[in-house]
Ligand binder design. Structure first.
Ligand SMILES: CC(C)(COP(=O)(O)OP(=O)(O)OC[C@H]1O[C@@H](n2cnc3c(N)ncnc32)[C@H](O)[C@@H]1OP(=O)(O)O)[C@@H](O)C(=O)NCCC(=O)NCCS
Length: 212
């Protein structure tokens, strides 16, 4: 008999050395989810290792893990990352510094990735709540911020039924900031070379402080 009931999901916030056993799972999860539009990320295992090790090594960083229980035995089916913006790479901090915004006032949410079969069950909402709780408990940051890739509305790889996440993010209390954008480089699916991608920032107050 096949059990088709959804597995119970455990959400936990993990930091430091405790992340080590999950880095391989997390790399595969990112590559799987980010292959889809709008990221279209070809995925390099070597890069993924280094990127994720940063979360294990950086003080204040955390990964929220969603794990399936029951018959799935703890498989990581989703994750969300966060760390102090001051610990992010220079390209991510650059738009803030250029506008005179002190990175120490911001907590950066790296990504939320969830296998498609597990969407629409409130796990994405839980990822935001857990990251905000971690930022409040572990830092004095006034604001949470994240960035999202911006693709042309007529991009040839855009699926006809693609649903942008803007409404989801607004509902979490975030405001888009067209004045803040950074550049990240990756190889798009099927491309021979890396190219530059523009990512626009969103922001939310964690403390009631007015958005800058
Ligand atoms: C982002 C993501 C984690 C959301 O996860 P999820 O668990 O499906 O979201 P939830 O079930 O928690 O959704 C909660 C609410 O948001 C709504 N929602 C979810 N996706 C939405 C979308 N694309 N547009 C508008 N609303 C959306 C749900 O309808 C639900 O609304 P409700 O509270 O009124 O019922 C998931 O879609 C994902 O992994 N996407 C691919 C990767 C990605 O783009 N990540 C973001 C950038 S890093």
């Amino acid at each position: 008999m096949v059990d088709t009931a959804p597995s119970p999901i455990t959400i936990e916030t993990v930091s430091g050395a405790a992340l080590a056993p999950f880095l391989g799972d997390l790399a595969r999860l990112r590559i799987t989810v980010f292959r889809a539009f709008p990221y279209l990320y070809e995925g390099e295992e070597g890069y993924e290792r280094g990127y994720l090790e940063t979360y294990a090594k950086t003080p204040g960083a955390a990964v929220i893990l969603a794990r399936a229980n029951g018959r799935e035995e703890g498989r990581v089916i989703g994750a969300a990352t966060c760390l102090p913006l001051a610990a992010e790479t220079a390209n991510v901090q650059a738009p803030f510094r250029a506008r005179g915004l002190d990175p120490a006032r911001f907590f950066y949410f790296g990504e939320s990735v969830l296998l498609a079969d597990y969407r629409g069950r409130g796990i994405g909402v839980a990822f935001f709540a857990a990251r905000e709780a971690h930022a409040r408990a572990s830092s004095a940051a006034d604001f949470a911020t994240f960035c999202a890739v911006q693709r042309a509305p007529d991009h040839p790889a855009r699926p006809a039924d693609y649903q942008p996440l803007d409404a989801f993010w607004r509902k979490r209390g975030f405001t888009p900031r067209p004045d803040l954008a950074c550049t990240m480089r990756w190889r798009d699916l099927g491309a021979a070379e890396e190219s530059a991608h523009r990512l626009g920032f969103w922001m939310k107050s964690l403390t009631g402080a007015k958005l800058p």
